[in-house]
Design a protein around this ligand. Structure first.
Ligand code: NAP
Length: 323
């Protein structure tokens, strides 16, 4: 019997559903949920497509100590839940979906998820950024088997083990300090001899007896078959290479904005950040941005939340003028 594969695929594909919304928010980090709060209070009934991680990158942070209003700090996931609850209280709806493609060539803007198309009169893009990879041999193969980009998620697996951290910024130091709860020894490998991180984190890391530094060095290979057993390190000044044994490798070397689906439709800089002005406007009227998808400078919960509020306020004005 001949199988009609196309008919089978068509029948197993989800039915195409459409929903018209006044304001669609892409992303559920501090920027997206703040935009949703302001849009909800403007009675726009915003829909938030949560994406892969409710709460965004902030939800992967164990404790946030610099968000105003929480003098004793607040858990990253907890702050995300509070943002969500506050936005929902005024009528925002969070959908656990991810935007797969967009058409910004005309209004309403089309945003497709798996099995559904949203038709949005205005859009706030708050899709954030993803951690960069070293792109060295062994890294991809051993991700989840000792290679990680999130200490809060995976630190527990390294109880009484040795770990290597790559990077010299705030993330590398903050996550290293968090890892001291579990790991017996943390070695931070940095490509220069000076850290980029802020003074407080530098002091805390340098004073912590579990943390040591290897300067002017890069990881060129991750070693191990089923699990990480070591890394190959190269001294960038002498060129000398050596194998450094470790049970885990945490990589914190910056981020890349999640803007692939907007490519060719919005102005972006050479690194893929969406260009915006002080009013959070993009090159397409009615499309606004907020948070790390447009901001490679501040990258704070408070600045992202502020941008989200600003984007929603401007989107509200836009809709009033274009309804
Ligand atoms: P970052 O500040 O861009 O630092 C990235 C680090 O990775 C730098 O030290 C960089 O080295 C190193 N690096 C980059 N590419 C590398 C490569 N291919 N191989 C080896 N090393 C590499 O990124 P971040 O630490 O994620 O911080 C991002 C932003 O978030 C910053 O603005 C930061 O202030 C903010 N942040 C703040 C907090 C806080 O306030 N508590 C916490 C986390 C993040 P070089 O120094 O040589 O360039």
């Amino acid at each position: 019997m001949e199988l009609n594969l196309n008919a089978m695929r068509a029948s197993s594909a989800p039915a195409e559903k459409q929903e018209a919304v006044k304001l669609l928010v892409l992303g559920s980090g501090p920027a997206g949920l703040s935009a949703a709060l302001y849009a909800a209070r403007a009675e726009l009934n915003p829909v938030v497509l949560a994406g892969l991680q409710l709460g965004g990158q902030a939800a992967l942070t164990h404790t946030i100590e610099n968000y105003p209003g929480f003098p004793d700090g607040v858990g990253g996931p907890q702050l995300g839940e509070l943002f969500q609850k506050q936005a929902e209280r005024f009528g925002a709806r969070v959908e656990y979906e991810t935007a797969e493609s967009v058409d910004l060539s005309q209004r309403p803007f089309q945003v497709k998820t798996y099995g559904k198309t949203y038709l949005a009169d205005a859009l706030v893009i708050a899709t954030g950024a993803s951690p960069n990879h070293l792109n060295v041999p062994g890294e991809a193969e051993l991700t989840g088997r000792g290679v990680s980009y999130c200490a809060t998620c995976d630190g527990w697996f390294f109880k009484d083990k040795r770990v290597v951290v790559v990077g010299g910024g705030d993330s590398a130091l903050e996550e290293s300090l968090f890892l001291t709860r579990y790991a017996s020894e943390i070695t931070i490998i940095h490509r220069r001899d000076q850290l980029r991180a802020g003074a407080i984190l530098q002091r805390r890391a340098k004073e912590n007896p579990k943390i040591q530094f290897i300067w002017n060095s890069v990881v060129t290979e991750v070693l191990g078959s089923d699990a990480v057993q070591g890394v190959r390190i190269k001294d960038v000044q002498t060129g000398e290479e050596r194998i450094y044994p470790t049970d885990g490798l945490f990589i914190f070397i910056g981020h890349t904005p999640n803007t692939q689906i907007f490519s060719g439709q919005l102005d972006m800089d050479e690194r893929g950040y969406i260009r915006s002005n002080m009013l959070m406007e993009t090159s397409v009227p009615g499309v606004y941005v907020a948070g790390e998808v447009t901001d490679s400078t501040f990258r704070q919960v408070v600045t992202s939340a502020g941008m989200g509020a600003a984007a929603a306020i401007r989107a509200t004005h836009f809709l009033e003028e274009h309804s």
